[in-house]
Design a binder for this molecule. Sequence first.
Ligand SMILES: Cc1cc2nc3c(=O)[nH]c(=O)nc-3n(C[C@H](O)[C@H](O)[C@H](O)COP(=O)(O)O)c2cc1C
Length: 210
Amino acid sequence: MPTLLHLDSSAGGARSVSRALTAEFADAWLAAGPGREVVRRDLQADPPPHLPQADLHWPSELRRGSVDPAAEALQSTLVDELLAADALVIGVPLYNYSMPSTLKAWIDHIHVPGRTTSSTGAPPLAGRPVVLVVARGAIYDPGTPMADADHAVPPLRQILGDALGMDVHVVAVSRTLSDLLPLLHGEADAHRAEAEAARAQLAALARDLG
Ligand SMILES: Cc1cc2nc3c(=O)[nH]c(=O)nc-3n(C[C@H](O)[C@H](O)[C@H](O)COP(=O)(O)O)c2cc1C
């Protein structure tokens, strides 16, 4: 049965832009074909711990010591859930110019050289689609002062795309704080236009990604 793994990491609750968009994507993906299933993991409601031991980063043959069985069991749950997914959607709110620590903790658990990556052939997730739904409060348009200040998307591309071989799609909405910060008050229309464009992009991806 085709399975979508749906991850959220926003602490924004019902106001979260990324949560609304990942939910819309999941619904559209479910409707795009028969017999589909969505597995949901809310990294804010049920956060993985910070990686408790460096040895967990490595497959068993490369470890220099023993690991806590409970920590290893949680890591296996996260890795197995990822490996079982045919597609992934991840809500990525920009926090302090980077990804939320909950999402980073998930990445630290699932990036296991030799298990989710391969130095000898195609990694197990090669070619599987992952949609990053990025929500950012301020303005990151090319040519503006913070154009290069989003430090969430580059490491996610590096790990999920370059290391795990997944097919990374990024759908970003900025200016989400245009209703809150006086500095951004003139940006509300531009924000609405970005949100509409993101919805259209996500609908097309849900149809096309299979
Ligand atoms: C802890 C925290 C840090 C934030 N840091 C940034 C930031 O560095 N740059 C930015 O543009 N917006 C920042 N914001 C605003 C969020 O990116 C914005 O509210 C976004 O919409 C969050 O995603 P969400 O709507 O899915 O919750 C921050 C918000 C919080 C709560």
